[in-house]
Write a protein that binds this ligand. Structure first.
Ligand code: HEM
Length: 105
């Protein structure tokens, strides 16, 4: 469910910020990506009763897609050997989290 996806995001974001090991970083980013993708299939309580094609649900999906794009950029960097650059993307994840929580939490 959505709470579980959010807990997965939180735990793995913490790993992304802490680790300097490329393998561990990649694993945490991959878990975050899966959780964000899964969250797209869930409906937050604040949007219950809204149609799948409503502006609100589309906006919810767009925020998760933004996070997924940011995670993909971070994955690209770690794959290119840029661990510091990959970790720096965490600031963007947090910005998207904060914006999203203001709207949908
Ligand atoms: C790295 C990014 C994010 C982190 C670390 C994060 C973390 C969390 C945490 C820890 C919770 C509380 C979960 C609980 O009650 O146990 C939560 C709730 C929530 N988050 Fe996020 N979040 C992130 C991104 C997002 C995004 C992108 C969205 C929407 C587009 C979102 C929507 C929500 C909603 C709707 C809730 C309330 C869920 C409920 O009904 O309990 N979050 N988030």
């Amino acid at each position: 469910d959505l709470e579980k996806d959010m807990d997965t995001l939180k735990e793995n974001l913490s790993t992304v910020k802490k680790t300097s090991d490329a393998g561990e970083l990649k694993q945490a980013l991959t878990a975050m990506r899966q959780a964000a993708q899964d969250a797209k299939g869930q409906t937050p309580e604040t949007l219950e009763g809204k149609a799948e094609d409503s502006a609100e649900v589309k906006d919810y999906h767009a925020h998760l897609d933004k996070l997924i794009s940011q995670i993909d950029l971070s994955l690209k960097k770690v794959e290119a050997g840029d661990v510091a650059g990959a970790k720096a993307e965490a600031a963007n994840f947090e910005q998207t989290r904060n914006e999203s929580h203001k709207k949908f939490r």
